[in-house]
Design a protein around this ligand. Structure first.
Ligand code: SF4
Length: 178
């Protein structure tokens, strides 16, 4: 059950947050209203289930309209490199890449051609880049040293081709104020 109560455990809080996400997939108004009532009632309504994994919900690029995002203004919105800088992320340079592809050809043959390489957009650290487009030879470049270990790519990749493994030597983000 997705209960959210004062003094509840972290596990209960996490379950309630997942319930909000599942509710939202039924539409912002319907899901939001359901979760609002559930929280007022102390979490007595059944937890909404969504059995479709996140990666299977992604639509192909041809089914979507291109979104033009405004450039970051440096006041309320910021570019990815400056945000990664704040995370104090560090990885040793001579260790193995902790972001692996089960089949490297899928990155272009499927992700790029069918999904417009969504890893370029959902990765908050700009780790994934398509290079060589102008030369007609697109390739996926993985800047693993910037990875902040959110594991979104491991969960969201539509083909489940990206596998996140723990980096050697305890590298990763270091949030000094947390
Ligand atoms: S774990 Fe997060 S930050 Fe690291 S590459 Fe994947 S999406 Fe990017």
């Amino acid at each position: 059950m997705g209960h959210l109560r004062a003094g509840g455990s972290v596990g209960a809080l996490e379950e309630a947050r997942r319930g909000v996400g599942r509710g939202a997939r039924r539409g912002a108004w319907l899901g939001g209203t359901y979760n609002y009532i559930d929280q007022i009632l102390g979490g007595i309504l059944p937890t909404l289930r969504d059995d479709t994994p996140d990666h299977a919900q992604l639509k192909k690029a041809a089914e979507c309209e291109k979104i033009s995002y405004p450039k970051p203004d440096g006041k309320l919105s910021f570019d990815k490199p400056s945000s990664v800088f704040l995370s104090n992320t560090y990885h040793e340079e001579d260790i193995y890449c902790h972001l692996t592809l089960k089949d490297p050809s899928v990155a272009i043959d499927v992700n790029y051609k069918e999904y417009a390489s969504p890893e370029q957009r959902y990765c908050p650290a700009g780790v994934y880049e398509i290079v060589g487009e102008d030369e007609g030879n697109p390739k996926l470049q993985i800047n693993s040293q910037n990875c902040i270990h959110c594991k979104t790519c491991d969960i969201k990749d539509p083909t489940q081709n990206i596998v996140w493994i723990a980096p050697e030597g305890g590298g990763g983000p270091s949030y000094s104020k947390m």
